[in-house]
Design a protein around this ligand. Structure first.
Ligand SMILES: O=C(O)c1cc(=O)[nH]c(=O)n1[C@@H]1O[C@H](COP(=O)(O)O)[C@@H](O)[C@H]1O
Length: 272
């Protein structure tokens, strides 16, 4: 999917919501545990109830890898279901990969070619040759960690390197890489006061913004400083939506939470 198509979807649905499919078998309704594939059954119900309210889904691969082969199969079924039933929806493999070039090439193949995700999250720590293999895929996107939502973001990302914060170096240097038009960036909703500076460096690039809901980030602040002329935002919520209820009404409860966020997003889209 191109970023232009993504923006069109956002304007059409009046939503830049990304729903995080971070499935924990200890948190899903008990009755699903008797299903042959409880993780997929949960995801399918959530997708069926929420697809009209969001423009993206983001399974975090940790929650699938934790269940071994069964987890990986559930991830495969989930992405296939999305690609067949909702090809207009943007998909993110939240895998936070990155390694020496020839290893990154295999990670890129796994997520962008084999599983056919639209994008994958990547850590920039190993530099240019660890990221460029992901960027080679046409109309696929590499979402680089820039300024993350957690407290540990201040351990390295905001430290000064050559008189400039490290996350700013990541933004500036990555713009010079080949196929950099395929880059998007992760910026945490909990770091809203940094968005204006970030937009000075990357005015139009899409930002994946996790951290609203369970982590306390504020949607209005994110939009005020983060929205660009092509919207340029995908705001993620995982636990706040998918675990709204752990009873028989879990999918409807998730849809209600997603709708609350979508309505707030529609208001923001009118403002900017
Ligand atoms: O790359 C991410 O998506 C990510 C980056 C970041 O800085 N912070 C962050 O929370 N995430 C992910 O976004 C999701 C947030 O989940 P909730 O806090 O439950 O909404 C999890 O899958 C995290 O791994």
């Amino acid at each position: 999917m191109t970023t232009q198509q993504l923006t069109e979807q956002i304007r059409k649905k009046k939503s830049f919501l990304c729903i995080g499919l971070d499935v924990d078998l200890n948190k899903i309704p008990k009755h699903l545990l008797t299903e042959e594939d409880p993780i997929f059954a949960f995801n399918k119900a959530i997708i069926d109830a929420t697809h009209h309210l969001c423009v993206a889904y983001k399974p975090n691969t940790a929650f699938y890898e934790a269940y071994g082969l069964k987890g990986w199969k559930a991830l495969e079924k989930t992405i296939m279901y999305l690609n067949v039933k909702h090809p207009e929806i943007f998909t993110i493999a939240d895998a936070k990969r990155g390694d020496i070039g020839n290893t990154s090439r295999m990670y890129a193949k796994a997520f962008l070619e084999d599983l056919e995700f639209d994008s994958v999250t990547v850590a920039p720590y190993m530099g240019k040759d660890s990221v460029e293999p992901f960027l080679e895929f046409k109309n696929k996107h590499t979402i680089l960690l820039a300024l993350t939502s957690n407290a540990g973001a201040f351990d390295f990302q905001t430290l000064s390197v050559n008189q400039k914060e490290l996350y700013k170096q990541v933004l500036e240097t990555s713009k010079t890489w080949e196929n950099s038009e395929n880059l998007m960036y992760v910026v945490g909703a909990t770091k809203a006061e940094y968005f204006a500076d970030i937009r000075n460096i990357i005015p139009e690039a899409f930002l994946l913004v996790p951290g609203v809901g369970a982590q306390g980030g504020n949607l209005q602040d994110v939009c005020k400083y983060g929205m660009s002329s092509n919207v340029g935002l995908l705001v993620n919520s995982s636990r706040g939506i998918i675990y709204a209820s752990n009873r028989g009404d879990f999918a409807q409860a998730a849809a209600q939470k997603a709708e609350d966020l979508q309505k707030d997003m529609a208001q923001e889209l009118i403002k900017y």
